[in-house]
Ligand binder design. Structure first.
Ligand SMILES: [Zn+2]
Length: 188
């Protein structure tokens, strides 16, 4: 498995010459060409994860230094379990421990294909959690795995926690902890 240096999405080997997600018009391939990373290579360079509790039941995970576009993962915890939303393009023991401390992870999902990160790697590290991929995003999937499940329309993860297919390539996760409900667009 290799990770695109620009978007941080994982891909089975052999990889195409250029990352398909980055060659799409909404992303970009850097002028000096396509670069691929490995988890081991990143670890050797001192890659870290930062975990911050933004509010009870809502944990943010970032990469330091940033990997790819530097997205923020949200771990949305409910009484039944949690959703790992927009997984970052790196995973280490620190992040896995922080996630599992908050209870079982019910699913991993992303708001856009360029937010897939290393979702399958996360799934494996968390014990085989289902990776929910919107059916409309199938063609963007670079790493296949038995833990991938396709969905469309809406998908309930837990009480008060639902995925919704919104327009274009955007997917939203809505959750309610008390009065809170927020669309994915507000998350990064
Ligand atoms: Zn890419």
């Amino acid at each position: 498995m290799l990770i695109c240096a620009t978007c941080a999405v994982e891909r089975d080997e052999p990889t195409p010459e250029v990352c398909p997600i980055c060659s799409d018009e909404r992303q970009y391939v850097p002028e000096d060409g396509q670069k691929w990373l490995t988890l081991d290579g990143l670890a050797q360079e001192g890659q870290q994860t930062l975990v911050k509790e933004n509010e009870p039941g809502l944990i943010a995970i970032q990469t330091q230094p940033r990997v790819g576009i530097g997205q923020t993962t949200q771990l949305v915890a409910t009484r039944e379990g949690s959703l790992l939303w927009d997984p970052v393009g790196y995973v280490d023991d620190n992040a896995v421990e922080a996630v599992l401390e908050r209870g079982p992870v019910l699913a991993i999902a992303a708001s856009h294909p360029h937010m897939f990160g290393v979702q399958v790697e996360w799934s494996h590290r968390l014990g085989g959690v289902p990776v929910l991929v919107a059916d409309a995003d199938r063609r963007w999937l670079g790493r296949n795995d038995p833990n991938i499940e396709y969905w469309s329309g809406s998908q309930t993860i837990a009480e008060g926690l639902t995925l919704h297919q919104t327009g274009g390539t955007s997917r939203a996760a809505r959750w309610s902890t008390g009065l809170q409900e927020r669309p994915a667009e507000e998350l990064y």
